[in-house]
Design a protein around this ligand. Sequence first.
Ligand SMILES: NC(=O)c1ccc[n+]([C@@H]2O[C@H](COP(=O)([O-])OP(=O)(O)OC[C@H]3O[C@@H](n4cnc5c(N)ncnc54)[C@H](O)[C@@H]3O)[C@@H](O)[C@H]2O)c1
Ligand SMILES: CC(C)[C@H](C(=O)O)[C@@H](O)C(=O)O
Ligand SMILES: [Mg+2]
Length: 365
Amino acid sequence: MSTYNIAVLPGDGIGPEVMAEAHKVLDAIATRFGLTLTLNTFDVGGCAIDKHGHALPPATLAGCEQADAILFGSIGGPKWDSLPLEQRPERAALLTLRSHFDLFSNLRPARIYPDLAHLSPLREDIARRGMDVVVVRELTSGIYFGQPKGLEGEGEQQYAFDTMRYSRAEIRRIAISAFEAARKRRGKVTSVDKANVLVCSRLWREVTEEVAKDYPDVTLEHIYIDNATMQLLKSPTDFDVLLCSNLFGDIISDECAMITGSMGLLPSASINGSGFGLFEPAGGSAPDIAGQGIANPIAQILSASMLLRYSLNEVDAADAIDKAVVQTLSDGVLTGELLSQEQRHHAHSTAQVGDYICQLIRQAQ
Ligand SMILES: NC(=O)c1ccc[n+]([C@@H]2O[C@H](COP(=O)([O-])OP(=O)(O)OC[C@H]3O[C@@H](n4cnc5c(N)ncnc54)[C@H](O)[C@@H]3O)[C@@H](O)[C@H]2O)c1
Ligand SMILES: CC(C)[C@H](C(=O)O)[C@@H](O)C(=O)O
Ligand SMILES: [Mg+2]
C-alpha cells in the first residue's frame, strides 16, 4: 500500500472553504485507490500572523519540509493589506515557500472542454473551437525577487524601484520545462516577452532559441505580452504551451482562467528540480465572496489532482479526479459565478460541488 504525507495549508478567505472539499476528495480517492494519505494541516498567511505573529510559522515550514508534497489554499486579504510588503502574507509566506523549495516551474493548465464552451465568456464561435493551453511560468526569479528594490527620497522626488533580473541558467531551466511539456502535448511553445523594450526579454529570446535546438520536434514562436493577451481572446486555439517570466505568467494565467469560465477553475503546480511541489489554485483568497459557502472548489480539487500526478506519480488517481470534475461541470453542478444572473438561483454551494465530485469518484469504483 502506498503511503504519503501531505502538508495542507488552507490559509485565508475562501482557502479553508475550498480546502475542506479537496480534503473530502482526497479521502474518497484514498479509499478507491487503496492509498494511505496522511494530511497534516498547518497555519499559513494572515491567520498565522494573527495567531503566531508570522505568516509562515516555523512549525508550518517544518511540516512542509517533512511532507511529500504541499497542498496550499490561498492567503491574504484586506485585513493584512496595510502591513509592510515583507510582512504581508503573500511575500512572507507564499513567495518564501516558492523560493525556499526552489519551485521554479509553475504549470497552469487551462482548458475549455468541448461541451463546456457555454461557460466561457468568449464570443460563442470562438469558445466553441475550444482552448487547451498550459502556462509555464517562471516562479522564483524575475521582478518578484530581483534586487535592489526599494523606496528612496522624499516628497515629489521620492521614487520606488524593483529590479527585473534573469540569469541564462534561470531562463534555460524554465524553457526546458516548457519544451518538455510541449513534447507531451501538441508540440508548440509560444514564448511571451517584451523584447521590443526589455533587456531581460532579449536574453529570454536568445536562451529560448538555444534550448529549441535540442527540441527539433517542437515549434517555437515568440510573442509580445500585450499582443498575447489579445490573441488569446481572439484565437485561443493558436496556443499550446505559453512560456512566461514570473510577472507575465501571473497576468496571463488569470486571463486564461477567466477564458475557461472562472478564476475558480484554474489549478497550478509549482515544482522544483527533484519533483517536489506545492499545489494551489491560481486565484486568491477572494475576500469578496469568503465566508458565504459559494466559492468554486474546483481549482483546489484540481490542484490536489496535480499533486497526485506530479509529486506522487499516482496518475490513475489524478485521472479519476479530473474525470469526475469534467462530469460535474457537464452535469451542470455549478457554483454561482459560472451562471448568469438569471440562472443563479440554480447555483450549487461549495460543499454541494465537493460532495458531487466525491460521489462520482465513489460510484466509479
Ligand atoms: N495563491 C494565493 O494565495 C493568492 C493568489 C492570488 C491572490 N492572492 C491574494 O488574495 C487576495 C485577493 O486578491 P484578488 O481579489 O486580487 O484576487 P482573487 O483571485 O482572490 O479574486 C479575483 C476574483 O476572482 C473571484 N474568485 C477567485 N477564486 C474564486 C473561486 N474559487 N470561486 C469563485 N470566484 C473566485 C473572486 O471572487 C474575485 O471576484 C489578495 O490579498 C491577493 O494578494 C493570493
Ligand atoms: C499572491 C501572489 C503573490 C501570487 C503571485 O503573484 O504569484 C498570485 O497572484 C499567483 O498568481 O499565484
Ligand atoms: Mg496571480
